[in-house]
Ligand binder design. Structure first.
Ligand code: GLA
Length: 732
């Protein structure tokens, strides 16, 4: 990995990319900066050495070919961790004050490198601050992980030991010079998460952020940047993501005189983290991906990485679940749940999740969060008997919990009013009639771990839906006034920790992350959970849009997707059962409808669609995903998955009489010379060029000429869809 004998430049190699960094020391001042010298397609070692010599550091007036004046030092954009101070005016990635001194000047200490990891240690030239920049690559993937550790190395009685951190990003990534830049990201709101946005990257600073203490619905901590020419199937794309579930900030800076960088980290502006003597702070990981092959290939690279290095039990096939929320809301009863469970089991569901409303006096959203025992009237015999009966039906059991929240009207709050986020002399603002427990407090963390462990063990719970339904307000911790801002970090860390300990205590336990829908989905929480709930909006048309955005980074194996009732309770839109199923089959299929009211015909159709899903779910959840066709939910579109010889294609057409959108379905990622046979789905009648049942096609024809799926025929009803399964025919 080192590129020169003096160990001041390194090349991190992945199968499809190369990332070259160098430490440069200013000859006059002795200040060290770590610069990104190259990020792009693989380079031979000699080529990487040339790259290091091509550009000069910040001290050189003509550095990097940009126009340096007495007003600007544009090369700072190429720094991996621009610190506050010196000749820098861009957004700092590390902002520290040493008493009254608010500037960092680093010198280089040492480097440690092996085949997959690089650590560069630097230290302030005067104050006791050590900074370690860490890099990690993983076998077989192009995602590069970076993070930073800062330490106060003072002896406790030193008079230099006063250090406060006011901004601490996981790093900054320089985007190589291009003719132009375009960003891709997702934005949204409750019930409208993961809306894809793509547009020219403006000169200035584009910030995606959450100041809510959770990942948030408004944006998601990742961005992709391309030169404005990449498509779904072609072109170089750079992706950056932050693995963190609390407040965060991601800023893409495009300088007027050239140069783009993306920095991200936890926390947000205005926070103060004291770093006492001996203490250290480790940033979350920020991940970078260089990928050729367009946005589709970039997504597949993220999916592969998430399955291989993020998810805790990624090789499993996810069960078909039933969740009672939309059916019973706050009126769940033991009898009612059992009756739903019987129908769900008959349909083929494998996991039954009792949602909100099962505990204390929870008859609506105004009370009882914190009082985690069964509702005495609606579950008079507790949950044990019910769960045994559900298990006897052949299903696993799951339960909804919201451990970080408390209702003011609860025994917990009356006993421990001091456990919530709060500030002296300030209101306690409620949202959804609830307050936030300060999970950073060890006693709150231990309380949660205790009741959750007991609940999980006593009831043999297989699945927890872990929800959080409001952001932080009055985020204070009066007893810890000086370092109370650490709650922004420790709250999230303790959520992770409680999840991990629960899993360690019951290895069969699986967890779903939920935050009023998709408010806590990110590559941080996915280290600790198995699935995510992307949105409370279960309307299949809206869901297609959300799933399209979700799939840009996250694999289908984590994307919970329910079939719910028609008209949809959120949108009042009517939609055929088949279309609703086909949309939900693009992820981890669940049923969230009031199935007690379904007609015998609906139940029969649902049973066969669930069976069909079980045939393809390994391919959907573990295969490689290709987004085909037009704008999902708005025009003809399709999504395809390949695993081994099996190909599953979900084909959608929301508009019966559409003039626009693709007409021929072109598959992707197939072996051009192999023959594929349609083994399920496809139209019954064989017409020339029609994707019909048992028809056989060369991979090349399916990919280049394209075929006509029945659901895409120009005239027909709204909301036509199909699941087409093809098998590669073994060559004799
Ligand atoms: C949140 C979740 C829903 C449901 C309700 C229960 O909104 O996203 O799925 O669990 O809470 O109150």
């Amino acid at each position: 990995m080192p590129l020169n004998p003096s160990h001041t430049s390194w090349c991190l190699r992945t199968p499809g990319s190369c990332y070259v960094v160098a430490v440069e020391v200013d000859a006059q001042t002795g200040e060290a900066t770590v610069l990104q010298k190259y990020w792009g397609p693989p380079l031979a070692t000699d080529a990487a050495r040339q790259v290091v010599g091509l550009t000069r550091g910040p001290s050189t007036p003509d550095g990097a070919g940009r126009h340096v004046t007495s007003f600007a030092e544009p090369v700072e954009i190429e720094e991996l961790l621009p610190v506050t101070g010196g000749r820098r005016w861009g957004p700092a990635a590390l902002e520290v004050s040493f008493g009254a001194v608010r500037s960092v000047e680093l010198e280089f200490l040492s480097a440690k490198a092996d085949d997959e990891r690089l650590d560069l240690s630097l230290a302030d030239r005067h104050f006791p601050l050590e900074v370690v920049l860490s890099f990690q690559i993983r076998p077989d993937g192009d995602v590069i992980e970076r993070w930073v550790t800062i330490r106060n190395t003072a002896l406790p009685d030193s008079d230099l030991s006063d250090i406060t951190v006011t901004r601490f990003h996981s790093g900054s990534w320089f985007l190589p010079d291009a003719d132009d830049y375009r960003y891709t990201g997702v934005v949204g709101a409750w019930a409208e998460e993961f809306q894809l946005r793509r547009g020219p990257l403006p000169v200035g600073e584009l910030t995606y952020t959450s100041r809510q203490g959770i990942t948030g619905h408004q944006s998601n901590p990742w961005i992709m940047i391309d030169a404005g020419t990449a498509t779904e199937t072609e072109g170089a794309v750079f992706g950056l993501a932050l693995a963190w579930s609390g407040s965060w900030r991601l800023t893409a800076t495009r300088r007027p005189e050239g140069g783009v960088a993306v920095a991200a980290g936890f926390g947000h502006e205005g926070l103060r983290w004291p770093l006492p003597a001996g203490a250290e702070l480790v940033s979350p990981r920020m991940l970078g991906l260089y990928c050729e092959g367009g946005f589709g290939a970039a997504s597949r690279a993220w999916h592969d990485y998430t399955r291989a290095f993020v998810l805790p039990a990624s090789d499993e096939v996810r069960p078909v679940l039933y969740n009672s929320w939309e059916a019973t809301g706050f009126t769940a009863t033991a009898q009612g749940q059992l009756s739903l469970a019987r129908t769900a089991a008959a349909l083929g569901a494998e996991l039954f999740v009792v949602d909100d409303g099962w505990f204390a006096r929870r008859d609506d959203a105004t009370s009882s969060l914190g009082d985690w025992w069964p509702h005495p009237e609606r579950f008079p015999d507790g949950l044990g008997v019910l769960f045994e009966e559900i298990r006897a039906l052949g299903m696993r059991v799951g339960l909804w919990v919201e451990p970080e929240s408390v209702s003011p009207d609860s025994e917990l709050y009356r006993a421990h009013p001091d456990w919530v986020l709060r500030m002296d002399h300030r209101r306690h603002d409620t949202k959804r009639d609830q307050l936030v427990l300060n999970f950073a407090r060890p006693e709150v963390r231990d309380w949660a771990l205790d009741w959750l462990s007991r609940l999980v063990a006593e009831l043999g719970i297989d699945y927890l839906k872990w929800d959080v339904n409001r952001p932080f307000t009055q985020p204070g911790w009066p007893e810890r006034s000086a370092d109370q801002d650490l709650l922004w970090i420790d709250h999230t860390r303790n959520v992770y920790r409680v999840m991990d300990i629960l899993r360690a205590r019951r290895p069969a336990l699986r967890i779903e992350t939920c935050s009023g829908g998709g408010g806590r989905v990110d590559l941080g929480v996915l280290h600790h959970v198995d699935q995510a709930w992307p949105s409370d909006n279960t309307d299949a048309k809206d869901r297609q849009t959300a799933q399209h955005g979700f799939s840009q980074l996250y694999p289908a194996a984590v994307m919970g997707a329910w079939v719910t009732d028609s008209p949809n309770p959120n949108t009042q839109r009517d939609m055929p059962l088949r279309y609703r199923f086909h949309v939900a089959m693009a992820g981890v299929l669940g049923i969230g409808a009031d199935i007690g009211r379904w007609t015998p015909e609906e139940l029969t159709e649902a049973r066969s669609l669930i069976d069909a899903y079980k045939q393809i779910r390994r391919t959907v959840q573990h295969g490689r995903q290709y987004r085909l066709g037009g704008i999902p939910g708005a025009e003809r579109s399709a999504v395809q998955y390949i695993l081994g010889d099996e190909v599953a294609v979900l084909v959608y057409n929301p508009l019966g009489n559409a003039k626009s959108g693709p007409r021929r379905l072109k598959l992707a990622g197939l072996d051009p010379d192999a023959t594929y046979e349609v083994v399920a789905g496809g139209s019954a009648t064989s017409v020339h060029g029609r994707l019909s049942h048992r028809s056989r096609w060369y991979g090349s024809v399916l990919m280049s000429a394209g075929v006509r799926p029945a659901a895409w025929e120009p005239i027909g009803a709204d909301y036509r869809s199909d699941l087409v399964v093809l098998h590669r025919i073994p060559t004799p």
